[in-house]
Structure formats: structure tokens, C-alpha cells
Design a protein around this ligand. Structure first.
Ligand code: HEM
Length: 555
């Protein structure tokens, strides 16, 4: 074989290897660097080997195929090799090769929560779910999402906007602390007083809407969505989406949120790809529409003004606490975050709670008894919010629904940043550039943290008692009941804990009490209830199906 023929594969192989090393060392992610390294470099090589091929087309095909195959082979070989820093952690082959596999699972079925749980059952407390990502259920890891924990990982990059980053997507901890300040004021106890009024009013709208549909079949899940979004509209922007009053979603807000969340869910696993997806027709198109809606709502709020101290008032710092005035575009982004983060999650929590209560009428009756005793009927709806917060069985039922189906089912991702020297935790040392993720669905269903009846709706586990009556009729001692509150995080934990946690719990308690005071609720379609859990999809938030019920007024 002549020297020239030897050069034929050697050149693109060497170039592929060199480009691989550049990616590994410097992680360039811009489209310009990709264009240069992946397209222009091999194009230059074509000139060197052209004479050995019958045509320019054949030379181009040969060089690109060898170059990219070499690059791919190096990537895969290293990720699977014993030299990879995460080689000691178990995990399925496809996960170790590419994060694209999880993106595929989300996009295809939305069953990430089930998949991750299954992996932990097979492999243990720490599982490699991506080339550079570990999913953890080991208790010591909760420190990583605590106050001195790790910053957020690239999973959140998809929520960046051209104009800036939403609070939830800020990865820099110092910047996050600054942006969180107006939220803290917007959620303090003085602000909460006003929101509590709004909760009462919106609960009133919900009850009125449902009263008009008594004896009809209604989709409980859909009405909870109406409640969630209507409340957030009032609370964030003094804006009325009118879902409860109209009894339908005339602006198509809820399907738009669902489609946008689906886009976000799968792309978050391959966030580097978002830059490129812009050029692929029919992908990632709903998120920009959501952004536009946020901007429109803010513009309307500015034009309208408001005498109320809604969330917008605090985010815009209308009281003048900050030296630098907030950027209205960022406020629009955060307002839109609040609508989704607060509307959809609360609706999911309420739907799950009533799903379980209706499936377990014994708990429904027990809860109704507690509600009736604590909040006697007589003067219309008595929504005593402070009393609700101390109703033990109500709060036990809410916790139990949030445990089994946290509305954010998966993927709280953190990262050990380059230059930090790694992160030592318990018996583990996590190398730099590793993502660590927490999947609430999996952790909440780990028998070492919640037992007995780990997969069963059993609210009693949240009550403090000397002995516990099991649904089977047996009694067990308190020492045999494990309820590990430290790993219960439906609202996340630490500095990026849900900004609306207290408000969300207020909403959930108030809706529950009001509905139980007003209605007898019955399952209207057993088959839909049977299918409910199987249809749940993880889309960062939860995609739900229908929950048909029939309501009659209590005598
Ligand atoms: C049951 C209802 C809710 C649940 C289960 C829930 C859950 C969560 C979770 C798990 C996070 C962390 C997400 C992450 O780090 O990726 C979060 C963040 C957030 N939530 Fe909620 N949420 C609920 C209701 C609300 C409400 C009513 C609001 C608004 C008033 C709200 C506003 C936010 C905001 C602004 C963040 C971002 C916080 C930050 O990054 O600093 N949430 N929520």
C-alpha cells in the first residue's frame, strides 16, 4: 500500500482524536465552535486526500464518515472505560454512553420517574444515569441541595431566555440570592395576608363554578387546573384568566403550558442541543409562545396598574428596596415562571390528593369529620386559614399525596463545577464536572425512608402516635413506622426551595376544606380512575389525565 493510501484514513482519524481531546478538555458548546470543529476541520482534510478518491463527493463522504466515526468511538470508549471518573458507579450501558437516552425516554413515554426508580431498585443508592451524571437516593446526599450544597446543573439551561434567565434557571448561587430577594418580600407574612384574601375569593369562584355543575360529570383534574391558573393570575398580576367563571379555557392556556413543558422536559437532558434545535422545524416552538404570553400579561398589568400589592408589585420593587431597579423583561420572565410553577403544580397536588381520597373513602370520611369539627358549617364557607394549618389529618393526607406523587417528579439537578476540586460527601467523592440529580418520586418511595406500605396511600405515617392502626386492621408500634422527613422534598430544599411553598399549602388546604364542606364527591368513571396512575407523565411538572367525578351538594 502506498504512503498516500495510508494517509487516507490516518488524517481524519488523527483529526477526530484531536477534536475529541479538545471537547474533553475545554467543553466548547457554542454553535460557532461546533461548526468549526465538526464541519470545517474535516472539510480542510478533504483537500489532502482528494486525489485518492474518484470524485469530490466520494472524498467528502469518506473523510466525514471516518472523522465522525473516530470522534464517536473515542467518546463512547472513554465513557465506558475504567478510566472514566464515574466508572466505579453502576448504571445501564445506554445511560453511560449518552444523556440522549434519558431525553429519549422522556420524549417517548414521559415515564422517567418509573425508569429512574427501577434503576435504583436494580443498582442501589447511587446510579450513573448519564455519562457524567449520578442519580442519588443515599440520605447523605441531601446536603448537596441544602444551604451549603452544590449549584444547579445544565439541566436548567433550557429555561434561559434571550433577554435573561428566570429565577429557577439561575445557576450562579450569588446571583440567585440577589434575584430571590424580591421574591422573599413578595412571600413574607405581610404579603401573605393579601394572598390569603385572594385564596378565599378564588376558592369561592371554584365552589360557585362547581355548584353550577352539580349532578353533572366534571373532570376534577381540569377544574383544579382552572383554580391553579386563575389563582396565580390574581396573585401574580391581578389578572383574571376567567377559567373558573367561564368553566372552560378559552385562551388555550393549559394545553400551551403542557406542550411547552413537554419540550422543556426532554431538551433539559440535552440542554446543549437547544441552540441547534432552533433550526429544526417543529421543535421547541411552544416555549417561545409561553414567553410571549408572559410579556403580554406584564404589559397589560403595567397598562392597568393596580392598587393591590400583588407579586408583580414586589418583583418590580415598587417599594424601592433595591438600589438597582429590576429589569421589566426579567420580571415578565419571573412572572411567567410563577404562573407555571404555581398554577400547574398546585393543580397536580390537589388532583392527586382527591384521587387518593376518592379511592380510599375511609380516609375521605375521616378527613371530612376533621373538617366539620374544626370549621363548623353555617356561615357559608369558613376558610380559617390558620386553623387549617394545624389540622393533623388534613396535613397528613396532603403530605402523603405529595410523597407518592410530588408534582415535580424528577430531576432536581446539581453540579460539581470545574475548578472546585470535587465534592466529598459521606463515603463518596464526586469528581468535578459531574451532575448529581435527585428524583423525589424515587426517594419518596424508598422503603428505607418510608415504611411500612411504601407504595400505599397511608396518611397515618405522618401523625405522631404511640401505635398505628394499619388498613389491614393490625396495629404496629411507633418504632416500626419509618417516616424520614429529611428526605421529603416535594418543594425541593435549601436556597432554591420553592418560593411559593407556604402559599401552595394554603391553597391546597383551603380548596380541600371548602370542597369537603360543600359537596359529596363520587367517582363518575371507575375506568378513568383505574387508568389515572398509569397515565401520569413526567414533564418536569406532571402531565395528568382526566378524573371524572360527580358532585352533589351536602344536605
Ligand atoms: C404544590 C405546589 C407546588 C409544588 C409541589 C412546587 C414545587 C417546587 C419545586 C420542586 C421547586 C424547585 C424546582 C427546581 O429547583 O428545579 C419549585 C421552585 C419554585 N416554585 Fe414551586 N411548587 C409549588 C407551588 C408554587 C407556587 C404556588 C409558586 C408561586 C407563588 C411557586 C413558585 C416557585 C418558584 C418561583 C420557584 C423557583 C425558586 C428558585 O429557584 O429560587 N411554586 N417549586
Amino acid at each position: 500500500m502506498s504512503q498516500g493510501l495510508l494517509a487516507l484514513p490516518a488524517l481524519p482519524v488523527a483529526a477526530g482524536a484531536a477534536v475529541y481531546l479538545i471537547y474533553k478538555r475545554y467543553e466548547p458548546s457554542s454553535p460557532a465552535s461546533a461548526l468549526f470543529l465538526l464541519c470545517i476541520v474535516p472539510a480542510i482534510l478533504i483537500a489532502g486526500v482528494r486525489e485518492h478518491y474518484s470524485s469530490l463527493l466520494a472524498a467528502s463522504f469518506g473523510v466525514y464518515a471516518i472523522f465522525w466515526a473516530t470522534l464517536a468511538a473515542f467518546i463512547v470508549a472513554y465513557r465506558l472505560s475504567p478510566f472514566h471518573p464515574l466508572a466505579g458507579y453502576p448504571g445501564p450501558l445506554l445511560c453511560r454512553v449518552s444523556k440522549g437516552w434519558l431525553a429519549y425516554i422522556v420524549g417517548r413515554s414521559g415515564k422517567t420517574h418509573l425508569y429512574i426508580r427501577d434503576l435504583h431498585l436494580r443498582y442501589g443508592d447511587v446510579v450513573r444515569i448519564g455519562p457524567n451524571e449520578l442519580s442519588v437516593t443515599a440520605r447523605e446526599f441531601t446536603e448537596a441541595i441544602g444551604p451549603k450544597g452544590l449549584p444547579k446543573g445544565p439541566y436548567y439551561e433550557t429555561r434561559n431566555h434571550k433577554a435573561g434567565t428566570s429565577l429557577n434557571a439561575i445557576r450562579d448561587s450569588a446571583l440567585h440570592a440577589v434575584r430571590r430577594r424580591p421574591w422573599a418580600r413578595g412571600m413574607n407574612s405581610a404579603s401573605m395576608k393579601y394572598y390569603e384574601e385572594l385564596v378565599r375569593e378564588t376558592v369561592g369562584d371554584l365552589v360557585d363554578g362547581l355548584k353550577q355543575r352539580k349532578h353533572q360529570r366534571v373532570d376534577f383534574s381540569e377544574w383544579m387546573t382552572y383554580f391553579g391558573f386563575d389563582f396565580m393570575g390574581h396573585m401574580a398580576f391581578t389578572h383574571d384568566y376567567g377559567l373558573l367563571k367561564n368553566g372552560f379555557d378559552q385562551d388555550g392556556l393549559t394545553p400551551l403550558v403542557e406542550l411547552a413543558m413537554r419540550d422543556v422536559a426532554w431538551t433539559s437532558h440535552v440542554s446543549w442541543a437547544v441552540e441547534y434545535l432552533k433550526w429544526v422545524p417543529n421543535t421547541n416552538r411552544y416555549w417561545p409562545q409561553i414567553k410571549a404570553l408572559g410579556v403580554k400579561t406584564v404589559k397589560a398589568r403595567v397598562a392597568r396598574g393596580s392598587t393591590h400589592h400583588d407579586l408583580f408589585y414586589h418583583l418590580m420593587d415598587e417599594e424601592g428596596h433595591e438600589k438597582i431597579k429590576p429589569d421589566p423583561t426579567l420580571v415578565a420572565i419571573d412572572g411567567q415562571l410563577a404562573i407555571i410553577a404555581g398554577g400547574d403544580t398546585t393543580a397536580t397536588a390537589l388532583s392527586q390528593l382527591f384521587y387518593f381520597l376518592l379511592r380510599h373513602p375511609e380516609y375521605l370520611e375521616r378527613l371530612r369529620k376533621e373538617v366539620d369539627e374544626a370549621l363548623p358549617q353555617g356561615e357559608g364557607l369558613r376558610l380559617d386559614i390558620s386553623k387549617q394549618a394545624s389540622m393533623p389529618f388534613l396535613n397528613a393526607c396532603i403530605n402523603e399525596a405529595l410523597r407518592l406523587y410530588p408534582p415535580v417528579l424528577s430531576s432536581l439537578q446539581r453540579r460539581v463545577e470545574p475548578g472546585t476540586g470535587g465534592y466529598a460527601i459521606g463515603t463518596h467523592f464526586i469528581p468535578e464536572q459531574t451532575q448529581v440529580s435527585f428524583h423525589a418520586y424515587t426517594i419518596h418511595r424508598d422503603a428505607q425512608y418510608f415504611s411500612p406500605l411504601t407504595d400505599t396511600f397511608w396518611p397515618d405515617r405522618w401523625l405522631s402516635q404511640d401505635a398505628y392502626l394499619l388498613p389491614s386492621g393490625d396495629t404496629i408500634a411507633a418504632a416500626d413506622v419509618v417516616t424520614t422527613r429529611e428526605v421529603f422534598f416535594p418543594f425541593s430544599q435549601g436556597p432554591t426551595v420553592c418560593a411559593g411553598k407556604t402559599l401552595a399549602l394554603t391553597e391546597i388546604r383551603s380548596v380541600t376544606c371548602a370542597l369537603l364542606q360543600t359537596f359529596d364527591i363520587k367517582i363518575a368513571d371507575e375506568a378513568a380512575f383505574d387508568a389515572w396512575e398509569g397515565v401520569i407523565e413526567e414533564m418536569f411538572t406532571t402531565r395528568r389525565s382526566k378524573l371524572p367525578v360527580q358532585l352533589t351538594l351536602r344536605s
